[in-house]
Design a protein around this ligand. Structure first.
Ligand SMILES: NC(=O)c1ccc[n+]([C@@H]2O[C@H](COP(=O)([O-])OP(=O)(O)OC[C@H]3O[C@@H](n4cnc5c(N)ncnc54)[C@H](OP(=O)(O)O)[C@@H]3O)[C@@H](O)[C@H]2O)c1
Length: 275
């Protein structure tokens, strides 16, 4: 159980879609939020009903009702609708509340300008593995947010994985690397599993081998702090099997492809909110 950072506060989650509901469910599960104090909104009334039935939170389609008297407001709508939602709710917001935006691409000053008052804003960029407490979230604070606001926001995301504070100028880079990253890793996993099938393994065994190997390698990097290149060298016996596999990866330009994938995603993150 996590510390009940939000349990005594009214918390509104505006846009409880894929990422919003991952956060909502995980924070409820860990006791960071209590259903009675949590309001969630979506656009489709039937989705609101599902959230209400499943999670026992207050759920609806009325953002203004959700934010009234809320201590913390999570903005989890698509980047292109953040400004509209902020304009819709701003009459009900004041300097004592905290807005936490998880929208890719949307700078804190864009939200602050739309709010038209000095409401503290923290920007966070989580990823979907938050669903299992294995998320990665980077956070930064806006002009009117204090260190305490940043700490409060960080506590929510600490409950669902690791957190790091970065300068806001790095948030698009974070988006392209760790927020989009799970998709890249799933493609790598799918490909490794497919390779296992190609060499005769049953698909379920191949998927298990690929996923556990990926997790194991990632844990070694995180827990030893060793450079990935050194760890790779330790697997690569002279004239052994791994070096033959690595040669294929180099020929297939895996490294440069991954680098270019992140660079493209970051470029898109820079333009999303303004498109
Ligand atoms: N997916 C990720 O991995 C990820 C990671 C980090 C950050 N993010 C950020 O999270 C945000 C949401 O992404 P997503 O992937 O979760 O998208 P999503 O599944 O489409 O969720 C968006 C949600 O917003 C709701 N919505 C739309 N307009 C609204 C409004 N005016 N008022 C209240 N709710 C409204 C939608 O309602 P309905 O369900 O009724 O359509 C939907 O539930 C984006 O800004 C994205 O950049 C996503």
């Amino acid at each position: 159980m996590g510390q009940s950072v939000g349990a005594k506060k009214k918390v509104a989650i505006l846009g409880a879609g894929k990422m919003g509901s991952i956060l909502l469910q995980s924070l409820l599960r860990d006791g960071l939020l209590s259903p009675a104090q949590t309001w969630a909104t979506v656009t489709h009334p039937e989705r609101a009903r599902l959230l209400k039935d499943k999670l026992k939170v207050h759920a609806g389609t009325d953002n203004q009702e959700a934010v009234q008297g809320a201590d913390i407001i999570f903005l989890c709508v698509k980047p292109q609708v953040v400004a509209d939602v902020v304009r819709e709710i701003r009459a009900h917001l004041n300097e004592k509340q905290l807005v936490i935006s998880i929208a890719a691409s949307v700078p804190t000053d864009m939200i602050e300008r739309a709010l038209e008052k000095e409401v503290p804003v923290v920007r966070a960029m989580p990823n979907t593995p938050c669903v299992l407490g294995a998320g990665m979230t980077a956070l930064c604070k806006g002009k009117f947010a204090t260190r305490q606001h940043l700490e409060m926001a960080t506590k929510f995301f600490d409950a669902v994985g690791r957190t790091v504070t970065v300068d806001e100028k790095h948030m698009d880079a974070v988006t392209g690397l760790s927020a989009s990253g799970p998709a890249y890793i799933y493609i790598i996993l799918e490909s490794l599993a497919e390779a296992g099938v190609k060499v005769g393994l049953p698909r379920d065994v191949a998927t298990l081998l690929a996923a556990q190997t990926t997790m194991g390698a990632a844990r070694v990097v995180l827990e030893t702090g060793d450079h990935p290149a050194l760890l790779k060298d330790a697997v690569t016996t002279p004239a052994g099997c791994t070096i033959d596999g690595i040669m294929e990866l180099e020929e297939g330009k895996l490294r440069v492809t991954l680098i270019k994938a992140v660079v493209k995603a970051v470029q898109r993150a820079k333009e999303l909110a303004f498109s």
